[in-house]
Design a binder for this molecule. Sequence first.
Ligand code: ZN
Ligand code: ZN
Length: 307
Amino acid sequence: MTEIFNSTVLETIESPSLLTVVENVFHTQHQLNVVEKLWASWYAYMQNDTLATGLLFFLAHELFYFGRCLPWYVIDKIPYFRRWKIQPTYIPSDKEQWECMKSVLKSHFLVEVFPIWTFHPLCKSLGISVSVPFPPFTTMLKEWALFFVLEDMWHYWAHRLFHYGPFYRYVHKQHHKYAAPFGLTAEYAHPAEVISLGAGTVCFPILYAYIYRDLHLFTLTCWIILRLMQAVDSHSGYDFPWSLHNFVPFWAGAEHHDLHHHYFIGNYASSFRFWDYVLDTEAGPEAKAEREARRKAKAETAAKKHL
Ligand SMILES: [Zn+2]
Ligand SMILES: [Zn+2]
């Protein structure tokens, strides 16, 4: 077991319960904050880091994915919120939500269990730390920002490729079953898509750890949770006045991705709007009209030059 901290008290108790471990850590490790204490308790209780990391990842994924989908399910049931629904004529039925949930759960167990259970040995070989205390918050913030930018780049190009002929027909078509998405549809996708788009979330931190040899598993866990929240929210189907993209104009949000599902073309990025803006792949009739107006103006300028 990794030396997460020095606790001789726990070593004297045979098979302590999780509660006993938590109590001990809270009474002896005063230098740690609450989250660090809980994190340390988990690893101390599990006594097996591979199992501890594997279970932590699996539970965090299930808890935060379905936990984040639940408020959207409730919101879909309350007519008051319809004024902010991007495609208000379509409200998912319980049957659709249930079918989607079953498929996502199947994918979680069949596709995602294997990488989750082999993750700790990989972390160890890359020097990803599980010990406490955690790195400074500013370090985590910088790493999350970097992972968001890199994942968005990966997502833009991989997603754009998925809209090409055979890739769309045999793989990405499944995700486009719902022209008006709802929270649960975020991970409703073909296993090949789950793996290839998921690579953008996991592979950049791995590469970062490989290069810098300085990444904490807590930073990585939080990053995956943040990315899960972003994916579910962008499929929510709601654009509130308080939605993040109204304050941070380059943040994509639901309004951006809903248009992608509605028109099947354009708005390929996940978290930000700059790739679609710069490469002129914004979705929707407004973007199309602007694009055409730009092309017309360009052609007219070229024609004037030749006169
Ligand atoms: Zn698509
Ligand atoms: Zn989608």
